[in-house]
Design a protein around this ligand. Structure first.
Ligand SMILES: Cc1cc2nc3c(=O)[nH]c(=O)nc-3n(C[C@H](O)[C@H](O)[C@H](O)COP(=O)(O)O)c2cc1C
Length: 187
């Protein structure tokens, strides 16, 4: 069986991001038949603007994101919460992936949302908003995939999520849910 690729988009740009660490832990715990690729450089993608979304002239970082998403079997958003919603860098990536209208890389693409945030609910508002946005963009939202780890900066101050047994167990649940998800819809 050929390997499946999951493209992870991290909704935090900081070097010490706990969401980046969570994405790393997810990649480390992927089953043999799954590759998790963490996309770098969401911060280098210009704000979405139809004036610069011109065929043949799309900014390189946005084009690279679209190509990576097109190549992936599944998209996994790994995000904190910023003021109760999706961080701007991740929303910008979603906007780029939502165009061309009706034919963006998210069209029919199985897409799941997980993450960690400082608040007691682990960023579930941001996750719900991300699910709403990708769903409107045409993605096949994998509602059964859930992981929201509260207390991010404190919980992962001394320990990487890959070494947190409870989180590793929850990551296994994420892969179980992903395995049960229906195949991609025709775009
Ligand atoms: C601008 C900003 C807004 C934030 N708003 C929220 C929020 O609404 N809810 C929450 O749980 N945490 C909030 N936080 C805290 C983040 O969840 C926490 O810093 C998280 O660890 C950031 O993710 P990272 O470690 O991957 O960078 C906010 C942080 C920043 C910088």
């Amino acid at each position: 069986m050929s390997k499946k690729t999951i493209l992870a988009l991290v909704g935090s740009l900081r070097a010490g991001s706990t969401n980046l660490q969570l994405a790393e832990a997810i990649a480390l715990n992927a089953p043999d038949q799954v590759d998790v690729v963490i996309h770098e450089n969401l911060g280098n993608i210009p704000f979405y603007n139809e004036d610069i979304d011109v065929e043949g002239q799309v900014p390189a970082a946005a084009a690279a994101l679209r190509a990576a998403a097109n190549d992936a079997d599944t998209i996994l958003l790994v995000t904190p919460e910023h003021n109760g919603t999706v961080p701007a860098s991740l929303k910008n990536a979603i906007d780029w992936l939502s165009r061309p209208f009706g034919a963006g890389a998210l069209s029919g693409k199985p897409t799941a949302v997980v993450g960690t945030a400082f608040g007691q609910f682990g960023g579930v508002w941001a996750q719900d908003e991300a699910r709403k946005a990708v769903g409107i963009a045409g993605a096949q939202v994998l509602e059964n995939v859930k992981l929201a780890v509260p207390g991010s900066m404190v919980r992962f101050a001394e320990i990487h999520p890959k070494d947190d047994a409870e989180v590793v167990e929850q990551i296994k649940g994420v892969f179980d849910a992903l395995a049960e998800a229906p195949a991609a819809e025709a775009a």
